[in-house]
Design a protein around this ligand. Structure first.
Ligand SMILES: *Cc1c(COP(=O)(O)O)cnc(C)c1O
Length: 466
């Protein structure tokens, strides 16, 4: 109110005196509180400028080589997403066609993952793999509890077999849903669970084993088929029915295209559910993910809610209620736009770029990849163990950041925490040309360290340039 009075008085003055109303405006002369709601309103253009300017301090998402999440989509996809921002995917009765597209995506993924019976395709969209992990984990817990009840056994000590290299969502699942996490250690040079260790950790209270298709640390595909065969033997010997869940957050959109013969999905008997992130190599902006079950039997009925507030009665299984529908629309767009051929081409090109970077890093004679052959377009590398240098990976990460490249440095999980590594994830939008520029910057940094080691060392943490 106050503001409007002020504005109408000054309106003509403002027009006359300021060519850049955004920066010259009276509105911005008065400080706007950051942590409490301002009393008055401001012009939308000013609000836009204020927020947008502040966000300039964020990293450039296109140079963000830390994330697996999509940072580039083509204009038509952006347009379609903008067109459908206003649709709430939960309003299935009001937006039946968005619901239909979600359903088609579930079918497409079920088919891609070779469900035994397409007519029993069963799954849902989520906000990402984390929510999908919660849903699939709950289904595992519920199924296990039913089996135990049938046998008249106690159901108070469920456990889940996971690798120490597991993504944090599985630790969250265990804590939130009161399941004991049984960690199977990975070791230096061997970053996936050993089959024998997996079986050793299992008992009658095991609700499932999580296999990772594309680990967060090294991008390796765990040997799902080996786990399956070992579980087949173990289950038949013990009478247990311990299932496998595959966390295919990134690998679920890579393996079907680049290694279609690799058996990791519902072709394997004990794989009962799969999670995948649509916003990783599904190539959609965040956040969309998918939970897919082998068939309807694997999703206990009492986890599904049927609500009719919005007209019609819709079965839903989700932690959220309202959620944007436009990411589902974009996922469907990608499926029909790219097809198998398009996904294969894009992923192959990401792999080529990743392999180029891996080779260039190894040519420096300073770095080595943690694994000899990449499974995904992701390179985790360390400073060679047999050389002595005056810098560490954290300084390299810092210096790359001065050029805008966001390349994280971190320590590997328990058992191999001596390994300090850098990780580069290649996504669509990181061209070979940009990869060349990255490697040029990397070589310049190494040269700088060689020429001025003392100077660089003394300014550790606040390096100004490279
Ligand atoms: C990214 C990732 C997750 C979490 O996925 P979000 O979609 O970010 O919630 C889980 N597991 C693995 C292996 C991942 O790479």
């Amino acid at each position: 109110m106050l503001h409007q009075v002020k504005k109408s008085k000054k309106k003509t003055d403002d027009r006359k005196n300021f060519i850049m109303p955004v920066y010259g405006s009276r509105d911005l002369e008065e400080p706007i509180p950051k942590y409490s709601m301002p009393e008055g309103s401001i012009d939308p253009r000013h609000a836009y400028a204020l927020v947008k300017d502040e966000l300039m301090l964020d990293g450039n998402s296109r140079l963000n080589l830390a994330t697996f999440v999509t940072t580039w989509m083509e204009d038509e996809a952006r347009q379609l997403m903008t067109d459908t921002f206003d649709k709430n995917m939960i309003d299935k009765d009001e937006y039946p066609q968005t619901a239909e597209l979600e359903d088609r995506c579930v079918h497409i993924l079920s088919d891609l993952y070779n469900v035994p019976d397409e007519s029993e395709a069963c799954g849902c969209s989520t906000t990402g793999s984390s929510e999908a992990a919660m849903l699939c984990g709950m289904a595992l817990k519920w199924k296990w509890r039913d089996r135990m009840k049938d046998k008249g056994k106690a159901t108070d000590k469920p456990n889940l077999i996971i690798s120490t290299s597991v993504q944090v969502c599985w630790e969250k699942f265990c804590r939130y849903w009161e399941v004991e996490p049984r960690f199977v250690p990975v070791s230096d040079g061997h970053y996936s669970m050993k089959t024998a260790d997996v079986i050793k950790a299992c008992d009658e209270n095991t609700i499932g084993v999580v296999a990772i298709l594309g680990t967060t640390h090294t991008g390796e595909f765990e040997p799902v088929e080996k786990y399956n065969d070992a579980l087949e033997k173990f289950n038949s010997e013990t009478g247990y029915e311990i299932p496998l869940h595959v966390d295919a957050a990134s690998g679920g959109f890579i393996a079907p295209f680049l290694t279609p013969k690799l058996k990791w999905d519902f072709r394997l008997k004990w794989v009962k559910s799969i999670n995948v992130s649509g916003h990783k190599y599904g190539l959609v902006y965040p956040g969309v993910g998918w939970a897919i079950w082998r068939n309807t039997e694997e999703l206990p009925e009492d986890l599904v809610f049927r609500v009719n507030y919005l007209g019609g009665e819709m079965p839903t299984f989700a932690l959220n209620f309202s959620r944007p529908g436009n990411q589902i629309v974009a996922q469907y767009y990608n499926f029909i736009r790219l097809g198998r051929e398009g996904y294969t081409r894009i992923l192959q090109s990401c792999m080529d770029t990743a392999n180029f970077i891996k080779e260039s890093l190894e040519e420096t004679n300073v770095f080595q990849s943690l694994i000899p052959k990449l499974h995904m377009p992701l390179i985790t590398f360390r400073i060679k163990k047999d050389i002595k240098v005056d810098f560490d990976v954290f300084q390299i990460s810092e210096m790359l950041r001065h050029r805008g490249w966001l390349v994280p440095a971190y320590t590997m999980p328990e058992n191999c925490e001596d390994d300090e590594v850098l990780r580069i994830v290649i996504k669509e939008g990181m061209s070979m040309d940009m990869a060349h520029l990255l490697m040029k910057d990397m070589k310049r940094i190494l040269q700088k360290f060689e020429e001025e080691p003392d100077k660089l060392k003394s300014t550790k943490g606040t390096l100004k340039q490279c």
